[in-house]
Design a protein around this ligand. Structure first.
Ligand code: TXA
Ligand code: MG
Length: 316
């Protein structure tokens, strides 16, 4: 059921979490599918609802430093600097995990991915539940992430105990993930640009994107994919005859001759383009098109996260 985040509904949601249930909630990135991160049975329900393989670890969401202390063993100095600058916000840090976090949540890894979301509904839910929330994006495994409550309802409606509706999410792409190992390493491009992180930490290692042998579970090919086949190509490479039959996801300008076109940002803003990306793909995917073509986006700032998602959507 989709409900507005009134105090009563937040209390009800917190109660569901405390009793081992599932609540979908808005964050500043995408909607999350939350459960008590300290309860293996509750976390197992997430994997079941998403049909997610258990070797793909979850991100744990905390509301304050006290909760962070419960799920990690220590906070390295570099992590401290990142938290000061980017928390609460769309940055996930991979830190040594405390024994209290069930192995299912971390897929048996010695580390746990943690973030402190900035969205007031996410914060309030965690606070009222009094528990850290394990929460992946609220979509079936491998499909487009949800940026609206309707997306969650359509994809997972029957499998979630409650959906809190916070409108469209601000960033529209998932958090950036950084592993705090000897050399800090970016594991996933996301809503905090690598350039911003590097202003704090200096040069970072990059181990992002799908690869044959994932560095961490979860770095699997073909993530974020719509049902309609998707290809990345500039309009100039698409013959007019084909244009009539397919959809186009354009960055800034409307190219001629396509059956349908969605423009991510008429002003050419990468922030705006990221915010509209999954929503545009959800819309295009519902039209039963033969294919969707997507324009390459400049790979700077949030453009890297956008291209990462488009590549994930198009790897066939
Ligand atoms: O923005 C976000 O981060 C959203 C919202 C809901 O907060 N959540 C999200 O979760 O994107 P999810 O489950 O879609 O992404 C989890 C990914 C895993 O697939 C894996 O790549 C990485 O986080 N991860 C989790 N635990 C890890 C660990 N211990 N070491 C390395 N990577 C980890
Ligand atoms: Mg996801």
């Amino acid at each position: 059921m989709v409900v507005p985040p009134t105090p009563e509904n937040l209390e009800r949601a917190a109660q569901i979490i405390r009793s081992g249930g599932l609540v979908a909630f808005p964050t500043e990135t995408v909607y999350g599918l939350g459960a008590n991160a300290l309860d293996a049975r509750a976390a197992a329900r997430i994997f079941e609802a998403k049909q997610r393989p258990s070797f793909d670890p979850l991100i744990v969401h905390v509301a304050d430093r006290g909760m962070l202390q419960k799920v990690v063993q220590e906070v390295p100095a570099l992590a401290e600097r990142l938290m000061e600058r980017f928390w609460p916000g769309p940055l996930t840090l991979v830190l040594p995990r405390s024994e209290r976090v069930p192995g299912l949540v971390t897929s048996g890894l010695p580390t746990v991915a943690v973030r402190m979301p900035a969205h007031p509904v996410a914060q309030e839910l965690i606070r009222r539940a009094g528990l850290p929330l394990a929460a992946p994006s609220a979509n079936p495994f491998g499909y487009l992430s949800p940026t609206r409550a309707e997306h969650v309802e359509r994809m997972l409606g029957g499998r979630v105990d409650l959906i809190l509706d916070g409108g469209r999410t601000e960033f529209g792409v998932e958090s950036t993930i950084v592993l705090l190992a000897e050399k800090p390493t970016v594991l996933r491009y996301g809503a905090v640009a690598v350039e911003e992180l590097e202003r704090v930490l200096g040069r970072l290692e990059l181990q992002v994107g799908a690869r044959e042998k994932p560095l961490v579970p979860g770095q699997l090919p073909q993530h974020y994919a719509p049902h309609t086949p998707i290809r990345i190509a500039p309009p100039s490479e698409i013959p007019l005859g084909l244009r009539k039959r397919v959809g186009y996801l354009a960055f800034q300008e409307v190219p001629k001759g396509f059956k349908v076109v969605k423009v991510l940002s008429p002003t050419g803003s990468l922030l705006e383009a990221a915010a509209h990306l999954f929503e545009a793909l959800h819309q295009l995917d519902r039209l039963g098109l033969e294919a969707i073509y997507a324009e390459p986006i400049p790979e700077v700032g949030l453009g890297r996260a956008i291209m990462d998602r488009l590549r994930g959507a198009s790897s066939a």
